[in-house]
Structure formats: C-alpha cells, structure tokens
Design a protein around this ligand. Structure first.
Ligand SMILES: CC(C)(COP(=O)(O)OP(=O)(O)OC[C@H]1O[C@@H](n2cnc3c(N)ncnc32)[C@H](O)[C@@H]1OP(=O)(O)O)[C@@H](O)C(=O)NCCC(=O)NCCS
Length: 234
C-alpha cells in the first residue's frame, strides 16, 4: 500500500521490494517504475516528487529492484509482462562504470519499452537544447543552447553543460561538473563530480574523468584521467 502524507509530500523507499513509494493523491493517477534502489534512484525519485507540483498526472512511484542478480530477474519480468501504460525511469547511477545503467536501458528497449526522460523542475534547459529519450537533467543543472543529452545519459545535480555541448548516450556527468561550450562527451563516458572540461574538448567513449579534474585536451576512448591538468592513470 502507498504511504501517504499530504501535508509534507514525504516519501520513503523500502529497498528490496516492489514497493509503492509516494502518493499525495492517488485518484486516477499514473504509476512510475524506477529501475534501481541505490543512491541515484533516490535522486531520480526526488526529481519526480518535485515534478508533482507541476504535473498532477504523475502521482506515485514504484521501485523495481535492479542492482543484484535477483533485481535483474525483476527487470526481466517487467519486460515479459509490462503493465498497461507502463512508465519507467532509470534510477541506476554509476555502479563501477556506466554498464549496468546501459544494460537495463537496452533490455527494456529490446522489449519495446521506452525509458522516460526526467527533468527536475529547477533545472535550466535552453529552449533549443535537446533531450533524447531517457535523458536526465537533475536539480539546478543547466543545459545551454544547442546542447544535446543523448539517450539514457545523465546531467547530474548542479552540473553545467554549456552551449553546443553533446553528452553521448549512457554517459554520466557528475554533480557540479562544468562542460564549457562545444564539449563532446562520448557514449558511456563518466565525468566525476566538480570536473571542468574546457571549451571544444572531446572525452572519448567510455573514458573516465576523475572528480575535480581539469581537462585541457582530448581524452582518448576508454582512458581514465585525473588531476589538474588531467593526466592518465591506470
Ligand atoms: C577517477 C576515479 C574513478 C579513479 O578511481 P580508482 O581507479 O579507484 O583510482 P585510485 O583511487 O586507485 O587512485 C589511483 C591514483 O589516482 C589518484 N586519483 C584518483 N582520483 C583522483 C582525482 N579525482 N583527482 C586526482 N587524483 C586522483 C589517486 O590519488 C591515486 O594516486 P597514487 O597512485 O599516486 O596514489 C575516482 O578517483 C574518481 O574520481 N571518481 C569520481 C567519483 C565521483 O565523482 N562520483 C560522482 C557520483 S554521482
């Protein structure tokens, strides 16, 4: 059963269960399924809760466990028997790489299930910026003119992706990172919290940029760089 608190719009997640999380007003409203039950799921749910103020058609959240092996079974079950009107968001974050998030996305797409885009109402998104299906822009993040977030990629809390920047599919830009203008982040890449990437630089597919690093030149595919200026490790 849903937990309900109309006065505070409070919500709880009980990990490890198919569990209804929030309802301010359930009448005729839609259920949203959140993949994952880790930290990123809580950030995504918070964005959904904030959206309720603006979107009365979304009212409560259903958590699909999806980190352990048994969670993958739950996802597979969702793919086999999708409830009618299914709405799914990806709550899987950076778990030792972007793979788990990407795999869940691919699995659902293979079952013709669309992953919904999440945009926190406090995020600033330029009128001509583009969010592809499943893209996420979290609280107080900023996406500049002509910037694109490709499918299932994530611009996390307070991060800035300036004009003409592209964040490739399944990539994860951490909290407070700054991507100056015309930056390209490759598919599946990870940019750590607070990193800065100077204008025009490309980060290759599945590359990793350490937290707080300053990236002054292109990062090849798959490489991990850290520091200021950023240098390869590993
Ligand atoms: C880059 C990163 C992935 C590397 O992790 P790792 O492979 O486990 O690397 P290690 O911790 O073994 O560190 C290896 C070396 O790099 C250095 N290093 C690691 N991360 C660094 C960083 N962000 N800046 C500067 N140096 C760093 C370590 O000091 C160590 O140096 P040493 O060999 O001289 O002792 C990780 O440190 C990081 O920055 N993660 C980002 C976390 C984040 O922003 N999360 C946001 C979640 S929403």
């Amino acid at each position: 059963m849903p937990t309900e608190d109309q006065s505070t719009r409070s919500w709880t997640v009980r990990p490890g269960r198919w569990d209804l999380v929030l309802s301010a007003d359930e009448r005729g409203q839609q259920t949203i399924h959140v993949l994952g039950r880790g930290d990123h799921a809580t950030v995504v749910i918070d964005a959904l809760v904030a959206s309720f103020l603006a979107d009365v058609h979304v009212r409560f959240v259903h958590v699909v466990p999806s980190v352990s092996a048994s969670d993958e079974v739950a996802e597979a079950e969702l793919c086999r028997n999708p409830p009618s009107g299914l709405v799914v968001v990806n709550g899987i974050g950076f778990v030792g790489g972007a793979n788990r998030r990407e795999l869940a996305y691919q699995q659902l797409r293979a079952s013709q299930i669309e992953i919904s885009t999440v945009r926190h109402p406090s995020a600033v998104v330029a009128s001509n910026a583009r969010l592809e299906p499943g893209a996420q822009v979290m609280a107080i993040a900023s996406l500049g003119p002509y910037a694109t977030i490709e499918a299932n990629a994530l611009l996390n809390t307070g991060a800035i992706a300036e004009h003409h920047t592209t964040i490739g599919a399944h990539a994860h830009v951490g909290p407070g990172a700054v991507l100056c203008g015309r930056v390209t982040i490759g598919a599946g890449a990870f940019v750590g919290a607070g990193a800065t990437i100077v204008p025009g630089v490309s980060v290759g597919e599945r590359a990793v940029v350490g937290a707080g690093s300053t990236v002054l030149s292109d990062v090849p595919e798959g490489l991990c760089v850290v520091g200021s200026p950023a240098r390869p490790i590993g």
